[in-house]
Design a protein around this ligand. Structure first.
Ligand code: ARE
Ligand code: CA
Length: 432
């Protein structure tokens, strides 16, 4: 959506990535392009089976103390609660008396009223109980769905009342059949709720609204890659982690990879060896609905925006002859083992459990029913006979494309020689 622009020459960093989390209106006009360009991207993606999910910021508008013109040309004045590009006026914001903190900001994560009725880091809080606000947010969702968008990440859902969110979702159109979606399909919603057992708002409160981000998974995978013996406990219901059919899991996200919300115990593209293992294990194991990260390199500057042109609009992603990215883009999604493991995940989706588990602290292996078999090694190389649970036959190993023979009793000789990409995967119906 249209967002705040922080130009050069202020006391703040110029054009930081996070300016996009301060909405000015629901026009599709951002540093990434205009409305027509967005429509073109979504529809070209749908034509080749790539679905688009919008990161929707609907808990709040821009922060207090800010005024001027947004990325789409709309004027605004946050202190006056004036956003004519939507339009929103003062009545659309949470009444001050409903927020129990002294300065109006969220400052007590132990109190759901405080978390949901106060301003998150000074961002002007929309009043989700109001039928006008609900309708305007739903209109925004529907405008995206009508273009061909498949669903939404709801930013800061932790700071919205689940009933308000539900009302907004219920008012939203079905997916667009002209864009290839079956009739009467609801958008896919996943909600950003950072629950690390550190407050009164829990992921469980959002059951029934879609998937919920499970940030404890980020910690668990970091610890598990460090110490393989912890990997079988990656889904820990005793720790409050969301049910498998509710959890939305990922190794890192745009905040915790650079020390913003929910950071600490996070592995990222900056530790490529461990990161490959973490993403491969995540895609191989059955828990949760998985998302993979794709980044630009930010070096040590946690504010810097994406590679940009001289007018600060987002620069093109350059793909090299070997299918990798350059020009400042990291494109983890194109790293060979990550791409291959996405194939594996899709192939074994029907198997809900990990079976034939093997873990000696250096080698971890398991099958997914009889649909696929996965192994990875922490150090050194691997040559070992293991039970794969797979039907006898010859399979093409996904990472190396080497032929692998599964014997009549389900065993196979498992070989890993590439210490950079120490991952092995075979699955039924997969080609490398
Ligand atoms: C920026 C400046 C602020 C300024 C503000 C308003 O940094 O100093 O006050 O603007 O002018 C992102 C950035 C923020 C940025 C914001 C707006 O991370 O730095 O503020 O954009 O430009 C909590 C929330 C969670 C949120 C994280 C960051 O619960 O929802 O904080 N995550 C989402 C996005 C962010 C985005 C926003 C929300 C805002 O993913 O990218 O912020 O739209 C514990 C708690 C968590 C808490 C966490 C951090 O773990 O359990 O709930 O997360 O601490 O406080
Ligand atoms: Ca709120």
């Amino acid at each position: 959506m249209e967002h705040l622009v922080i130009p050069e020459g202020t006391s703040e960093p110029a054009y930081p990535w996070w300016q996009r989390y301060q909405p000015i209106s629901y026009k599709f006009e951002s540093r990434s392009g205009n409305h027509d360009e967005f429509v073109d991207m979504v529809q070209r993606c749908n034509a080749v089976g790539v679905r688009i999910f919008v990161d929707a910021v609907v808990n709040h508008m821009a922060g207090l103390g800010r005024s001027g013109t947004g990325s789409g040309g709309s004027s605004f004045d946050s202190d006056q609660h004036d956003f004519p590009g939507v339009p929103y006026t003062d009545v659309d914001f949470t009444p001050r008396e409903m927020c129990n903190s002294g300065d109006g900001n969220v400052n007590n994560y132990g109190d759901p009223e405080n978390v949901r009725n106060c301003n998150l880091v000074g961002l002007t809080d929309l009043y989700g109980a109001s039928s006008e606000v609900r309708q305007k947010v739903a209109d925004y969702f529907s405008s995206a769905v009508d273009i061909g968008v498949a669903g939404f990440r709801v930013d800061a859902a932790k700071h919205m009342w689940p009933d308000d969110l539900k009302a907004m979702m219920d008012l939203t159109n079905n997916l667009n059949t002209d864009q290839g979606f079956p009739a009467n399909t609801r958008p896919f919603f996943y909600h950003e709720v950072i629950d690390r057992n550190d407050g009164a708002v829990t992921v469980q409160q959002y059951y029934g609204l879609g998937r919920i981000t499970e940030f404890r998974y980020c910690q668990k995978i970091t610890w598990g890659i460090d110490d393989f013996s912890q990997l079988w406990g990656i889904y820990d219901p005793g720790w409050g982690m969301a049910d498998p059919d509710k959890a939305f899991v990922f190794v890192d996200n745009h905040d915790n990879q650079r020390g913003h919300g929910g950071a600490g115990d996070t592995i990222t593209y900056k530790q490529p060896h461990n990161y490959r293992l973490g993403v491969a294990f995540t895609l191989a194991q059955p828990y949760g609905f998985t998302r993979i990260m794709s980044s630009y390199d930010f070096g040590t500057d946690t504010d810097v925006g994406p590679p940009h042109k001289s007018d600060w609009s987002t620069d093109d992603v350059v793909v090299t002859a070997d299918g990798q990215c350059s020009n400042g883009w990291v494109c983890e999604h194109r790293w060979p083992s990550i791409t291959k493991m996405v194939r594996f995940r899709n192939a074994v989706a029907g198997a809900l459990t990990a079976d034939n588990k093997y873990n000696d602290g250096n080698v971890v292996a398991f099958s997914r029913g009889n649909l696929g078999f996965f192994a990875m090694i922490k150090q050194g190389t691997l040559s070992m006979n293991l039970q794969t649970g797979m039907p006898a036959g010859t399979y093409s190993e996904l990472v190396t494309c080497a032929d692998v023979t599964v014997n009549g009793d389900g065993t196979a000789q498992i070989t890993i020689t590439n210490e950079e990409e120490p991952i092995f995967a075979i699955c039924q119906g997969c080609s490398c």
